[in-house]
Design a protein around this ligand. Sequence first.
Ligand code: SF4
Length: 413
Amino acid sequence: MNANNNEVVALHGEGRLVGCSSDEEPGAKTTIFSQNVIPNQLVSNRSSEFIHRYFPLTTLESWNDWKWQLRNALTSIEDLKKIMNLTEKEIMAINNLKGRLPLRITPYFASLIYDSKPGHPLRRNVIPVVEELIETSSEQSDPLHEKSFSPVKGIVHRYPDRVLFTVTQICSNYCRYCTRSHSVGKLDKLGRQDFERAFNYIASHKEVRDVLISGGDPLTLRDETLDYILSNIRSISHVEIVRIGTRIPVVLPQRVTDGLISVLRKYHPLFISLHFSHPSEITEECAKACNKLADGGFPLGSQTVLLKGINDNVATMKELMHKLLMIRVRPYYLYQCDLIPGSGHFRTAVAKGLEIIKGLRGFTSGYAVPTFVVDAPGGGGKIPLLPNYVVEHNDEHIVLRNYKGVLCEYPEK
Ligand code: SF4
């Protein structure tokens, strides 16, 4: 049986929707869940148990429909309390979010954390704690000064040959450490005229050969809107590559539909930068979504923010990088956490990132080692950092330390 099959399959528990703003889509038939008939390739055991407990009348079709997932996202304390026990620190933080990055968690992602303890890495990604309300003087709402590099709404032009195009402020989940927490989640939509101005800006800057479409999360937009954006960018002859930055396979893998792939495939070469923070995010659903993207011919890279207590050790990072390679995602960047307001509880020392790179390089495949970067505060751009492998360097020679600590000499002449 698959998600397109409308047969009734079983019934457990009372017919009740929890944390939902709507029930089934008009016309949808009722599919009722049972552990032994839900196909693993569509809904993991973990998610099926969650559905069975909290969305017992929801059909497989609905659960696997990304629009249903967005409509039924958990956005309040009341929604969360129906599926999990919140701590005082979490409740206090959620109650004080006014004007800050909102709370939003898809039912799919909720199924990964509903029975978790407070320190669980995936839970910390999406549920605020009271430390988020503490700001320090080194933090800024726009630490990368994107506003001052924005010639027209939606465009950030910092580097010589490429632009960032933030096409939406909406995400399906809001990550508590988001660099763009100053703008993400706000109702500041680009209108048709804004899009036209952005296309015109790119068209009139012949040096722009690379456009990174980001947000918010661009894949929360409808296929038709993505088609409109991509066709306009692709019609500009000097744009060589287009990239999409998204966290969709992690938070809403149901969005990776055949229809989406068909739209995106029209615009090769199209690279997709995915955002992962922990190996537990790589579920069956996530792997399926990534494989589907890889089969669509999109080179996939990953970006990971170094987060205290979530992924700040060699073992976790190595496991994440290995799992990414297994789903055909090439580790790309490891970011030092940006200085956004209330991020102190997430930030590690820069030395921690260097220690992790040192623990990866040489000890595992080079493909599994991302580039560690600090996105310089004030808009200085990404600066790569490496552990110190150079012991001595002069006109005669360079003395290097290898991953085992052994010194090696290489002549300069
Ligand atoms: S998905 Fe990206 S843009 Fe959206 S909240 Fe997370 S980090 Fe920010």
